[in-house]
Structure formats: C-alpha cells, structure tokens
Design a protein around this ligand. Sequence first.
Ligand SMILES: *Cc1c(COP(=O)(O)O)cnc(C)c1O
Length: 357
Amino acid sequence: MTRPIQARIHMDALAHNYSVAKQLAPRSQALAVIKADGYGHGYARVVRALPHADGFAMLNLENAIALRESGEIRPLMMLEGFFDREELLACAEHDIWTSVHSEHQLALLESTPLPRPLSVWLKLNTGMNRLGFRPEAALAMAQRLRALPQVRLSALMTHFATADDERGIAGQMARFQPVAAELGLPVSVANSAAILRHDSARAEFIRPGIMLYGCSPFAGETGEQLGLRPTMTLEADIIGVQTLQAGDEVGYGARFTAPGPMRIGVVACGYADGYPRIVPSGTPVRVDGQASGTVGRVSMDMLAVDLTHLPAAGIGSKVVLWGEGVAIETVADAAGTIGYELMCAVAPRVPLVEVGI
Ligand SMILES: *Cc1c(COP(=O)(O)O)cnc(C)c1O
C-alpha cells in the first residue's frame, strides 16, 4: 500500500494547450518551456506529451543531454545558456542551442575551440534587469559572436517583466526593436502572457511556459477562461473522519472553531506534499466531485475538509486539491502566490500518474 495521494498529469491537456499557443502564433516556432522539471510535471513526460512541438526551452543541460541521448532531434534551447566551459563544449557536441547573455559567456566562447558548430541566441536585457546585455552593447557583442568560426548567431531574444499586466511590453519592445532591425536576426520575445495578449510579440520563435500547463499568467483570470485545460490534478484520499460539536477546534493552533455540529474529513495531503500551509479555511477543494473547502491549518502530511453537507463522503473519498474542478489559480491566490509556484513545489514523494494519453 502506498499513501493515497497522487498528481495526475493530463497528457492530452498538455497537447491541447500547446495547440492553443500555436493557433495564436501560427507562423512562429513554439519552443515549449520545460524548465523546473517541466513546471513540476516531469520534463521528459512533457516532451512525450508533445510529439508535435517545434522544440523545447530549458535550463538544465543534463536534461537536454538526456533528451538527445534518448533520440530527441528537435531544437533544445538553453534559456540561461552554459555555466562553464564543460557545458559549452557539451552544447556544441549535442547540438543544443544556447543563449549568451554575459561577458563571462562570451569570453568562454572566444577562448574555447569548439568541436562542432554552435547555435547561439544573443540575449538582451531590455528592462527586466535579470539576464542579458544592454541594448547599446548588442551590436558589439553580435560582432564578436559573428567573428567566431564555429558560432552561428541565429536569434535575438529578450524577456518581458510585465507582459501580464496593464504596463505590457511596449517599453521593452521600444528598446529591443531597433537592435533587432539593425541585426536582422530571427527574434524571440514572447512568454505565455505575451503570446496570449500581444500579437506584436509573436515573432519567429515563441516560448510558451505556464500556458502549456493550463494556468493563466494573468491575475484574476483562470486558464480555463483562456481556453486552456488543467494539466495537473493533485488528489488525495480522506483517511479519517471527525464529528464535531459547536465550539470544537480543528488542527494546529486551534485556528478553526466549529460554529455548530460538523463533520470533517482528514485528507492525506499536507505542506510536505507541496500544498501551501498558508491558505485560510474555506480554500476550495472537491470531495468526490462536490465543492467544499479546507478547515483549519494545513499540517505537514494532512489537512481537513468540510463534509457537513456531504453525508455520503467518508474514508476513501477522493479530494481534489487543485486541477480538475478546482482552479489552481484560486488555490494560489489564497496562498498569496501564483500557480507556477504550486506546480513547481509538488514534492518528490507525490507520485505523478499519466492520464489521457
Ligand atoms: C520561464 C521563461 C519563459 C516562459 O514563461 P511563462 O510565463 O511560463 O510562459 C519564457 N522565456 C524565458 C526566458 C523564461 O525564463
């Protein structure tokens, strides 16, 4: 017997969400973003769910090499590029595309004879101030890259800080576009928010991440409202039931007091599984398909849900914590965070089960 918790990965929903990105940007190559182990879904599983994807963008070179060694021939793009000489050589050897965003990387390229040609995307910092060269340095950096015999400068990229809110992408695009025009390179700028909301960002390459996983990048809007389908359902069983009287308290800190007679179910999911401890009582769940809410504080391995209105529910009832019927955005919002963080934080002890292939 195993502890009754699982995260179901909806393979068909991954494919559906990818096709939504492709429909919005039919002329773009869409590199599915699979960093953070495919946003917690398992990067190799996401690759398998997307046999028609144009390519993949990621951070972990070991993952990229493993994909190559398993026979993957589509483009694999390293969003942060290589971190040392060994990684640089491995990118060339395995035909893995890399971004170059720093003087450190450029110096390594200039001082390392490469066994094979290497595709490089020059990354500009147009305002986010995370990775990239400033636009005014771009032409000089491109010149240095173009001077290297084994380097093929094949795209210009940047990343948006506010594509998901009313500030949009205009300011960053105004800094990016003159450089793109001058260099005449293919362009890649769009994350999910830009793909969904800004047609000017749907350039040669797009980089859909969160939208593939059915989650909205926009505050106050769910993936479902955007035509996306949830790709992860976190579900656990009820393993205990308590009958309460008015005034009885529930859980650590006695943070919940029953206002009247109640029945609660104790669910085999806690913060050590990745369910956020901080959520208040009443955070939505579904018990055997019926709407309910959490009760009291989330423990390490358990949490309580209200069964008062669900007399048929009991030991063995299935509780969806997020996914089918419970928008992950709602749970994330209750925890003061975003769906991205919840998906990425599902603990290794939670088995991932593929469905809907
Ligand atoms: C994570 C990431 C993306 C995807 O962003 P989403 O908001 O998940 O769509 C695209 N580009 C870069 C550089 C990233 O780091």
